[in-house]
Design a protein around this ligand. Structure first.
Ligand code: NAD
Ligand code: FE2
Length: 393
């Protein structure tokens, strides 16, 4: 099943990983070309939590100037990116720091690319890839979910056409990533769970992807292992530092895994659900993961069985059939254990959902992600899958 045996891997130049690594940012900055002024790209909540002040203090103590752009939104748009570029130009910042969840980090990546190159988001639309250098990007994640700090993706909505564009290329890989789990301690339960299930989905999808490689496989299985080892512990005690550390590392490994393989059908179908009904990214994955795993599993049994064993859903000596059965059951159980709401409970109107089904399935197909799934669905099958997920729990 592992088909690609020769791959080019693109990763950040530096990753500072572990407790308190935010404090080491100035040391890392010194190793880059001289940069004196940074645009911190973040959201209002990160300012309210006092995180942005902490970051600015660390920078100013090291004699580094920074300005704040805190107008990022949960699903970043090109309009927000262009506003960020206006800030950057006004303050003459030389580099960007994406500080927060995947949304501010993706916004920062797009600002860094578009400030130096085309300002039309359509120019970054797949299949074209952006491999040029933009401004230096420092990514500091605080949600432990998307892995955006190490990926070559940035998901931006073209607001004119309401089209979600998954920009990709080496130009979107951050120059440095600061992976400090201290920053995740303030996460409320829903965000903690949803981002962990996003990470779990990255691990599973990277492993079952048609673009999986030996390199991505190792990180994918560790991603699955670390999520399932720590998600119950952190739910029991949100201050469990070991568990927070495990989930943060899982997110980064998951980013490396899917960035060097791919995401598949779950992400392909979850993005339209997110953009049409404002379902947070991790939660829309959670709503679909069990149903889509059940749909796909017979087409890559041994791969899914490996995921099952890595995640301790099954025993090491269970055969593939049993391991697959236990994986599907385990994923449904996780959703129940962590109170993942059904789409209906989340507040999606059934009639509106039904009216949008065809468009959502078509958007999923256009994203290209379903094609990399072990079982490639037709648009009609995707409509059925949305319906099954609606009724699943
Ligand atoms: N580039 C990639 O490789 C990639 C991969 C997956 C997802 N994404 C994108 O990432 C976005 C989702 O990112 P996300 O799930 O990290 O959420 P997010 O960035 O949208 O943040 C969600 C909320 O969590 C809050 N928050 C962040 N850190 C917090 C903390 N430590 N404590 C308390 N609250 C905190 C934020 O203020 C915000 O209100 C989507 O736009 C998705 O498309 C990108
Ligand atoms: Fe994701």
């Amino acid at each position: 099943m592992t088909k690609r045996d020769n791959v080019r891997v693109c990763v950040p130049r530096y990753m500072q990983i572990g407790k308190g690594s935010l404090n080491q940012l100035p040391e890392i900055i010194k190793t880059l070309e001289p940069i004196k002024s940074f645009l911190i790209v973040t959201d209002k909540q990160m300012v309210e939590f006092g995180y942005v002040k902490k970051l600015q203090d660390i920078l100013s103590k090291a004699g580094l100037k920074s300005n704040i752009f805190d107008d990022t939104v949960p699903d970043p748009t090109d309009t927000v990116v262009l506003n960020g570029i206006n800030f950057l130009e006004k303050f003459k910042n030389e580099a960007v720091i994406g500080f927060g969840g995947g949304s501010p980090i993706d916004t920062a990546k797009a600002i860094a690319a578009m400030a130096k190159h085309s300002k039309n988001i359509q120019d970054y639309k797949p299949p074209s890839t952006f491999d040029k250098q933009g401004l230096p990007i420092i990514a500091i994640p605080t949600t432990a979910g998307t892995g955006s700090e190490v990926t070559h993706h940035s998901v931006i909505i073209d607001s004119k056409n309401n089209e979600k564009i998954s920009c990709r290329g080496e130009g979107f890989v951050p120059t440095c990533a600061i992976v400090d789990y201290d920053l995740t301690l303030s996460k409320p339960r829903r965000l903690t769970i949803d981002s962990a299930i996003d990470t779990l989905t990255h691990g599973i999808e990277a492993y079952i992807s048609k673009k999986a490689t030996l390199f991505s496989d190792r990180m994918a299985l560790d991603t699955i292992r670390l999520v399932t080892q720590n998600i119950y512990a952190v739910d029991k005690d949100p201050k469990d530092l070991k568990a927070r550390e495990g989930l943060m590392l899982a997110a980064t490994l998951g980013g490396l895994a899917f960035s060097n393989a791919s995401i598949c059908l779950v992400h392909g179908m979850s993005r339209p659900l997110g953009s049409n009904f404002k379902v947070p990214h991790g939660l829309s994955n959670a709503m679909l993961l069990p149903t889509i795993t059940e749909f796909s599993i017979d087409h890559a049994k041994s791969r899914y069985a490996d995921c099952s064993r890595a995640g301790n859903f099954s025993l090491p000596n269970d055969d593939d059939d049993i391991a697959c059965e236990k994986l599907v059951k385990g994923l449904y159980k996780m959703n129940k254990d962590f109170d993942v709401p059904s789409m209906k409970k989340f507040g999606i109107d059934e009639k509106n959902f039904e009216e949008k089904l065809k468009n959502m399935a078509t958007d999923a197909e256009v994203s290209g992600a379903p094609n990399l799934n072990p079982r490639v669905p037709s648009v009609k099958e995707m409509i059925d899958l949305y319906g099954q997920a609606w009724r699943a729990f």
